[in-house]
Design a protein around this ligand. Sequence first.
Ligand code: MG
Length: 403
Amino acid sequence: MSSRRIIHVDLDAFYASVEQLDDPGLRGRAVIVGGGGNRGVVCACSYEARAFGVRSAMPMFQARRLCPQAICRPVRMERYRQISKQVFAVFDRYTDRVEKLSIDEAFLDINGCERLLGEARTIATNLRQEVRRSLGLNISAGVAPNKFLAKLASQQAKPDGLLYLCEEDVDAFLRPLPVSALWGVGRVTGDKLSGLGIRTVDDLRNLGQDRLVILLGSQGDHLYRLARGIDDRPVVPESEVKSIGHEDTYAQDIHSREEVCRQLLGLADRVAHRARAAGVSGRCISLKVKYADFTTVSRSRTLPEATDNGSDMYQEAKALLVKTEGESRPVRLLGISLSALEKKGAGQQSLFTAEVRQRAESLDQAIDTLRQRFGEGGVVRGSLLESRPSSAKKESGSGGEGG
Ligand SMILES: [Mg+2]
């Protein structure tokens, strides 16, 4: 087994905990979040309600019968999403390899973070404390050599716990668990196995691999491995962000093409900067133009390859500008956005040749560095307008590659 370190984190009774957070009168009490009336189902319940046997997905009437004193609250999805975002922002401070499983659950790959953040157990402890301190929510965590074990560990750690599984502990941890603990064993497989007297992971391990495959087909191979704590699935971060954009409304309407292009260049640089900071590139560029009379148009184009490059975006935005009346009518607002985002690293090419690309990238990096030092407004490229009349005043510090 490899020596990977994966953390699975899972907020405890998330919806119900948010209700208790927002209404202190609910703290320490049985709370059920769910559909209205007796015909709905329980979406979530506090641990105080669980003590009475209330469970998620249970019909509301049954839950009320089990726990008549429970306070029932409707689902407030928007609020839970808002809090979830804050929780995930905490995760992002620990590693950029966060795989979101649901609104309240994620895998974190912390390999390589130990030197900076301490050993795996310390990282998980600090993360739990930070969520508790900054958001007032309990989160359980499992630390293990892979995703499968980390998730099992966090489930065992609940509520409000941490379970650390090192490789030597894996066998003793797994063997007594029911087969249903294995990922992929639902009721059908569970019934099949229990019909053969196989109830625990240990029972399953006593079956040979061949026997398992005969019984369960390709799932047999999968279970053979899981029963031994083997799971090589990587943590796959996915881009949460759907688009990155920036727009400016101008105090005075813009009347010249030259000025519009100058603004677009600044916008493109800012969008590119944010894309690079987020580690994404995008295939779709959109331009938004609001005229002085407040009518707004948007134009977009999908590129053959994703970009995170300010000059690419500027060139595309200028091409899109031609499809608007932004060159002839007074303009009140301009915006550029980048969508169809992909995480960096996957098949990165550019519209540019390699050499030009390299120059563009080093300029982008220089801009990023300066921006870090002087702030967002501190750096504006020397104008790179190709259509600038020769009589126009030449600005200093021209970047060069855009025109
Ligand atoms: Mg949860």
